[in-house]
Design a protein around this ligand. Structure first.
Ligand SMILES: Nc1ncnc2c1ncn2[C@@H]1O[C@H](COP(=O)(O)OP(=O)(O)O)[C@@H](O)[C@H]1O
Ligand SMILES: [Mg+2]
Length: 505
């Protein structure tokens, strides 16, 4: 016999289920309703549902109920931080009946909103075993404690919430999400890629990588943009004894100096305006694992000394703190810049360069390994066919020849974009040459045939700007900096000179 309370819970669940199965598309409302029921049925004062932002490796409050619900909503919680962050990281439920003394508790948020959590349960919300969020209920009424029974029920609600998220997306979206998840599950959950290659040069590099992986030395990956440096970094990590621990990626060119420092090393509360809580940096997240410092050539001089110290001593201080943090991290860096040249110009510290350059590995551009072109194009075509639900038998002979004779200044990334576009545009059984939108190498791209000076200057300008844009992966801010012109002027020139920005950007 079910107790009255259990019957009540079942009844609520059935209601939620029928809502999920109906055509109800407002996922926020549905999740709020689930949380309201969960709070009421577990006799809690407050509750929240946090969803994962994978890119930022943090959780945000999708639903927060209780007297301070509104205020809580402005916070985000880093993966691993606080009780919710712990649950998300470990993909495990917890019951905490003495929150104040739990060392995982984020007391600063509690203090700021002036809300005391005494008891709490937090459970992961999963899709296909992957944690996509966390449900927590806080403070059991009448100063009681939460029980194992409460946890089990909350897990049922978490399953419903996950179902709601999946179901309210269109079937297609759900399909592709599951596909992505399956891909990820194959390789672990950190978004690793498969390396496709038939080129002897690359296979040789893979052997080097295999040997390098076993050591703890810093590695410097060199090569043009889009050659796959990040994939090689992944392989070094995956083949190393650290493979079970984190692989943390940081793009040193993506953030302004101040933010980058706190991203890398973390900060303590109050270190600067907006530093509303302590924050773990990427180096700490990578502890026992590997950190990948992409675009190291763009690392501001002011941070270079700090990185050098981490490499030499595995020590640093968070922004705004005097306490030294020790980490055990393997460092892999990558750049498409000529660091030696930068050292000469005083833009890169010599000591850091020599330290990083202990094990340099150069990844050759795609045009120097034509064997990979058919392999990679077939791989990308298959992926995009699945995504677009289109069917092609492959590439026409003409298309393949064009790809083989093209110089691929943007390397594998450009090839990938080119195939994606062809897959969208293509109408025939085969991907045709016209679908690729590639100019054959011999048609004089970049050559100046004009005799009129003004036109010749414009052709030169357009080619030059296009080249710098390509080098900067079409990031106009970076390109304008390299060209030493204003960003607004650059975008005017792009219009005037009719420079085509690749569609996918
Ligand atoms: N050998 C390869 N096999 C499969 N995909 C690749 C390969 N090399 C590069 N890619 C793809 O090309 C793109 C660019 O690779 P990335 O590692 O970011 O280049 P880089 O860091 O050198 O600029 C990525 O989308 C990556 O998945
Ligand atoms: Mg890259």
């Amino acid at each position: 016999m079910l107790s009255k309370i259990d019957a009540n819970k079942f009844h609520t669940l059935i209601e939620i289920n029928s809502l999920i199965n109906s055509n109800f598309r407002d996922v926020h409302l549905l999740l709020s309703q689930i949380m309201e029921s969960a709070t009421r049925l577990s006799d809690a004062e407050a509750s929240s549902l946090l969803l994962m932002n994978k890119e930022r490796q943090e959780l945000y409050f999708e639903v927060a109920l209780g007297s301070k619900g509104k205020e809580v909503q402005k916070y985000t919680v880093k993966l691993g931080e606080g009780i919710a962050g712990w649950v998300a990281l470990h993909n495990k439920s917890v019951i905490v009946n003495d929150v104040a003394n739990d060392k995982r508790h984020l007391s600063n948020i509690a203090q700021e909103i002036n809300y005391k959590s005494k008891t709490m349960i937090a459970v992961p919300m999963r899709i296909k075993d992957e944690c996509i969020g966390v449900l927590q209920v806080i403070n059991k009424k009448a100063d009681a404690e939460f029980t194992q029974d409460d946890i089990e029920w909350l897990e049922v609600f978490a399953n419903q919430a996950a179902l709601a998220v999946v179901n309210t997306k269109s079937m297609e979206e759900a399909d592709s999400e599951i596909k992505i998840l399956q891909e990820k599950l194959k390789t672990t959950d950190q978004g690793y890629h498969t390396i496709i290659t038939k080129s002897p040069v690359i296979l040789e590099k893979m052997e080097i990588i295999d040997r390098v992986a076993k050591t703890d030395s810093s590695v410097l990956l060199l090569g043009e943009s889009g050659v796959g440096k990040e994939l090689f970094a992944e392989q070094i990590h995956l083949r190393s004894p650290r493979s079970r621990c984190a692989f943390i990626r940081v793009n040193c060119a993506a953030l302004p100096e101040g933010l980058l420092e706190s991203e890398l090393f973390g900060h303590v509360k109050g270190a600067f305006t907006n530093a509303i809580s302590n924050r773990q940096g990427r180096f700490e997240m990578a502890d026992s694992g590997t950190i990948f410092l992409d675009e190291i050539g763009d690392l501001p001089l002011s941070l270079q000394a700090k990185i050098l110290r981490v490499i030499q001593e595995r020590k640093f201080e968070k922004v705004g703190s005097d306490t030294t943090v020790n980490v055990n991290v393997r460092i892999i860096a990558a750049t498409n810049k000529d660091l030696e040249e930068q050292v000469k110009k005083g833009q890169f510290r010599g000591d850091l360069y020599y330290r990083l350059n202990v094990l340099p590995i150069f990844i050759p551009p795609l045009r120097q390994r034509p064997e990979d072109i058919p392999e990679l194009s077939r791989f990308f075509l298959e992926n995009f066919m699945r995504e677009t639900k289109k069917q092609f038998s492959g590439f026409s002979e003409d298309a393949l020849q064009t790809m083989l004779s093209y110089s691929w200044p943007g390397n594998v990334r450009e090839l990938q974009n080119c195939i994606e576009r062809a897959c969208v545009i293509g109408k025939n059984k085969w991907i045709e040459r016209e679908d690729l939108f590639l100019k054959p190498a011999q048609d004089g791209e970049g050559e100046i045939t004009e005799r009129n000076l003004k036109t010749a200057i414009n052709v030169f300008k357009a080619n030059f700007i296009r080249k710098v844009l390509e080098e900067n992966e079409w990031n106009q801010t970076d390109a304008s900096r390299a060209l030493v012109i204003q960003r607004t002027y650059l975008s005017r020139l792009i219009k005037e000179l009719k420079i085509n920005i690749p569609k996918e950007l």
